[in-house]
Design a protein around this ligand. Structure first.
Ligand code: SF4
Ligand code: SF3
Length: 543
């Protein structure tokens, strides 16, 4: 076995990628990511054992977030960038060690690597399989993946100037706990739920960061056709990058289109002033391979999901920033004030043709908490009158597996008196189906990006209050969630922390759940996998 990774839904045979990732990840990249995580655990060890105040480590905290984000599926493919990050974090660890007197430091706090070769050697002994007990390994990884997702959301908040020292302290606590052999399975289950608790905090922080800067999302019609100008496509999740790109392209004759998870940017009032924000091009991340070919202009990746392009022509139009990376391509860094210079991208756009039209029309979204609260009376009335019988939370990620056609069929077969609440790139499986409305309330309510699942939670809590219920599980809401990468893991853990029961998770249950850990989730929370559309429909509708 040359590598081992089972962090995403597409993992080989549902159990683990051992030769090369289904995503395209090579053995070297997998190992460098493993070693980067191990290096972060070393820092977490020193911080927790040394009882250091996480709030007082600003540079390390920020680089912790960035490092964790770099290891998320489809974020960073650049071995050189990973190598550099490992060295940077080792230097931080060594500096930290000088500030505390800790006896008998273990390997995680003392190992040194300098060349690619000895990094790969070291990685071979510190990967996921280094933990022998299958259940302990499963919980350690569940916590680690939740922490990765939490770090991603915290990094977006950070780039908007919002930080929470408690989240950093928890990240250190959680990573250090994955090194602790004395913890029982029960301790680790408790820590898994605590990870969900901090996931809620991270999503709330990002919501506050986004809405305080860009306003509350509002109902918006987004053009999915194209104009005739040359253009730049921006993808990933980071709104500050979009803002800077729109400012810098203003008046240049270059349009900007969003792709995949950047679509919800259109819902924020702040971005409506940019007439160079032309629309949304294409669909979820996995369709980028074809869609980027017909787009013709440069593509800026602000985060995952980056799929390795199949042609040099497309590759040469890729630019990355933040935790995203691709070997041989420009990575745009911020200056000390967070400003980025996108002039290279804009100059390239001017030399390239306008995008080919792949579809026309528009889609509607913007149903985050504030907008739905504004409609609350109407929604409550529709439920009371029986016009809305049930809500289906179908948030999460999309992916390329054929079995995900389930979600399109499920949406199509849902009775007319049901409403879908969505967030994340999972929406592309049904957001162009024209499923109609119920008394003016659209049957697909898109709150935004995957982190905006936070909005769906607030909406559920608001409905609980409106109906005078004690428990969200008494509401007419079913959860039929699709997952792919580690941000979906933190969303799931957040829902479990909030005690949401009977979540259906598809298209397959995570490969990183051992049979015993999966059983705990099934027994405690009623988690279930995906069945056939007809069976699941009967189950959910109670027929
Ligand atoms: Fe396999 Fe997913 Fe890991 Fe890629 S990220 S190597 S597909 S488990
Ligand atoms: Fe999608 Fe990658 Fe997860 Fe933010 S863009 S939801 S998969």
């Amino acid at each position: 076995m040359s590598m081992f990774c089972f962090q995403c839904q597409e993992t080989a045979k549902g159990t683990g990628c051992t030769v090369r990732g289904v995503c395209g990840k090579t053995e070297d990249i997998a190992k460098l990511q493993d070693l980067l995580i191990y290096t972060l655990k070393g820092i977490a060890y020193v911080v927790t054992k040394g009882k250091l105040d996480a709030g007082k480590l600003p540079d390390i905290n920020r680089q912790m977030l960035n490092s964790l984000f770099m290891t998320i599926t489809n974020a960073n493919w650049d071995g050189m960038a990973l190598e550099e990050q490992i060295k940077k974090m080792l230097a931080f660890r060594n500096e930290l060690k000088k500030t505390v007197a800790l006896p008998d430091l273990p390997d995680v706090a003392t190992f040194e690597v300098d060349t690619r070769e000895n990094m790969l050697d070291k990685a071979a002994s510190v990967g996921i399989l280094a933990t022998e007990n299958e259940d302990v390994r499963s919980l350690q990884q569940t916590i680690t993946y939740g922490v990765k997702g939490m770090a991603a959301y915290s990094e977006h908040a950070l780039l908007l100037g919002k930080e929470d020292p408690e989240i950093y302290a928890f990240i250190y606590e959680a990573l250090a706990a994955t090194l602790d052999d004395t913890l029982s399975v029960d301790d680790l289950v408790a820590l898994t739920l605590k990870t969900g608790e901090y996931g809620v905090k991270a999503m709330a922080l990002l919501d506050e960061a986004n809405t305080s800067k860009y306003g509350n999302p509002e109902i918006t019609e987004v053009n999915i056709g194209v104009r005739k100008n040359p253009a730049i496509l921006i993808t990933g999740h980071d709104l500050t990058d979009l803002e800077q790109l729109l400012e810098q392209t203003r008046g240049t004759g270059v349009d900007v289109y969003t792709h995949s998870e950047m679509l919800p940017a259109h819902y924020y009032p702040y971005f409506k002033k940019y007439d160079n924000l032309a629309g949304n091009y294409g669909n979820a991340w996995w369709k980028q391979v074809g869609e980027f070919e017909s787009f013709h202009g440069p593509i800026l990746f602000t985060t995952n999901c980056l799929v390795p392009p199949r042609s040099e022509e497309v590759k040469n139009r890729i630019f990355t920033t933040n935790s995203a990376g691709y070997p041989g391509r420009s990575h745009i860094k911020a200056d000390a004030n967070g400003k980025k210079d996108f002039s290279e991208i804009i100059a390239l756009a001017k030399t390239l043709p306008a995008p080919d039209e792949i579809e026309t029309g528009s889609i509607v979204g913007g149903f985050a908490h504030n907008q739905v609260f504004a409609l609350a009376d109407k929604v409550v009335e529709a439920v009371k009158s029986g016009a809305i019988k049930k809500f289906f939370v179908m948030a999460g990620c999309d992916g390329r597996m054929k079995s995900r056609e389930y979600y399109t069929e499920f949406a199509q077969k849902l009775p007319q008196d049901t409403v879908i609440l969505t967030a994340g790139c999972a929406k592309y499986r049904y957001n162009k189906l024209n499923l109609g409305d119920i008394g003016g309330i659209p049957r697909v309510l898109d709150a935004g990006q995957c982190n905006d699942c936070y909005s769906l939670v607030l909406i559920a809590l608001k409905l609980k209050e409106a109906f005078g219920l004690d428990d969200v599980n008494q509401l007419p809401i079913a959860f039929n969630i699709a997952w792919y990468e580690q941000k979906a893991v933190i969303v799931l853990l957040a829902l479990l922390h909030l005690n949401v029961k009977n979540i259906h998770l598809g298209p397959t249950l995570p490969g990183f759940l051992s049979p015993n850990v999966a059983k705990v989730l099934v027994d405690t929370f009623g988690i279930a996998g995906m069945g056939t559309v007809d069976d699941d429909m009967k189950l959910f509708m109670g027929a």
